[in-house]
Design a protein. Structure first.
Length: 168
């Protein structure tokens, strides 16, 4: 799955994707952070997802250094140029938000393609999985993927019943 994310196509061939596979104690840390974030921010789905991560065999984290721009001045980030986005980053005050922005829209597309490639690979191997925004937020918070502005987690399981189905 990590290999599929790594080799997925990237805009202009510029790789800004980072991956890490978490297992064992790292899963426990991730699950605990997800639960704490959900409690702090009144987001019950973080708490539900934390239970899934705790019950998983492993969790692939895929992040993107979305603030690396491509110099295309496409304005997809909401700024008139890549230079304006970089300037906005320099003036940004971190408010401990789930993700750090602004981000290059093409880098966000790269992240989506990488995530899609990873879950396609899991599907081909019959590995139960679920893409989780919550796991990515918590992995960033714990520093598992430094310099990544956005991330998603993909916990995996191989049991008699899909643990990511019929969630409450």
């Amino acid at each position: 799955m990590a290999l599929a994310a790594r080799t997925a196509p990237k805009a202009k061939g510029k790789d800004s994707v980072a991956t890490i596979v978490l297992s064992g104690n790292d899963l426990a840390f991730l699950s605990a952070e997800m639960k704490a974030f959900g409690e702090r921010n009144n987001l019950p789905f973080f708490i539900r997802d934390a239970g899934n991560v705790a019950a998983s065999a492993a969790c692939l984290i895929i992040g993107i250094r979305g603030q690396e721009n491509l110099g295309l001045n496409c304005t997809g980030c909401g700024y008139n140029s890549c230079a304006d986005m970089v300037q906005a980053l320099e003036n940004r005050v971190d408010q401990e938000s789930p993700f750090a922005g602004p981000n290059c829209i093409l880098k966000m597309a790269d992240l989506g393609i990488a995530v899609g490639s990873a879950v396609k690979t899991a599907s081909l191997l019959n590995i139960d999985n679920r893409v989780m925004y919550s796991a990515g937020v918590s992995a960033r918070s714990l520093g598992f993927i430094p310099k990544c502005s956005v991330a998603y987690g993909i916990p995996v399981s191989a049991t008699g019943k899909n643990i990511f189905f019929d969630r409450v």
